[in-house]
Design a protein around this ligand. Sequence first.
Ligand code: DAH
Length: 347
Amino acid sequence: MREELERIKQQALEAMQAAQDIAALDAVRVRVLGKKGELTAVLKQMGKLSAEERPVMGQLANTVRAELEAELETRKTELEANALEARLAAEAVDVTIPGKEISMGHQHPMNKVLQEVKEIFIGMGYTIVDGPEVEEAAYNFTRLNIEEGHPSRDRSDTFYFDDDDSVLLRTQTSPIQIRVMENQQPPIRILAPGRVFRKDEADATHSPMFHQIEGLVVDEGITMGDLKGALETLIKRLYGEDAVVRFRPHHFPFTEPSCEVDMQCFKCHGTGEVAGQVCSTCHGEGWIELLGAGMVHPKVLEGCGIDSKKYSGFAFGIGLERMAMGRLRFNDLRLIFDNDIRFLSQF
Ligand code: DAH
């Protein structure tokens, strides 16, 4: 029995050293010291011993138990310390590793150009105003001197809401002129950017939704010279002093006289051709139409309760996308709406 106890002790001590974690150590404890353990099994055989041997073996068994328990404790403390160390090592933060780069977005290129335009006009004393996208035909057409039957009122061009053609998605920002003038007497000096809608197929220079920037100035003694001055200031600030622009006579029902302002095509430099092909940016025109403008028609002023003998005014409507194309030098309007990050990140 002495050898048996000695063997159990040796094996248990080896197993405890070999245990690599608390669970393995506990398994050793159960196997040796547990109720059905090896040491308990030996003790159960005490009855077979002689009266002299019994206390000696009993004592020996207790000593073995005490030794094993002490060793269990020691090994447990050791394993716990190891585990903690391993965990701390695994969780350590290496403050010298470079951080993850977070790439910042930026304003949409069209918004950048809009911001530039706004700032130029704010610098000339204009106030920024807003108007509804769902508009009455009266404001979008009639009060701008665009009579019933005018081609721009046609259902093939305009998104109407009802069969009576009275409510629509505005086709231009010009109705904001009426909304301002019916609420405010001169002097008026406003800029009104916004979305407009037309039944156009999308191509390199058209989209069913696009943006305009409306401008309106009404005061005593306003002339066409003021109009040219304001627009030339805009174009030179935006495109540089050497920008080539032309004022071309045109007709708009709500201005008299009226004009359109074009800039020379930045792609073909006015030739209308790129490598023997018709220039896709200006459709071979050599010029890109930027805006319509003119002197506010007296009928329009009077319709808003403004005395056309005392006051005169000019107005203009800029195509923002086209202006952005010229400013940022890209040649397909659809790029603005595609939101392809490879395009947007270039600006
Ligand atoms: N609203 C016109 C259009 O959509 C542009 C325009 C022309 C606006 C002349 C004006 C203007 O204010 O005076 O084509």
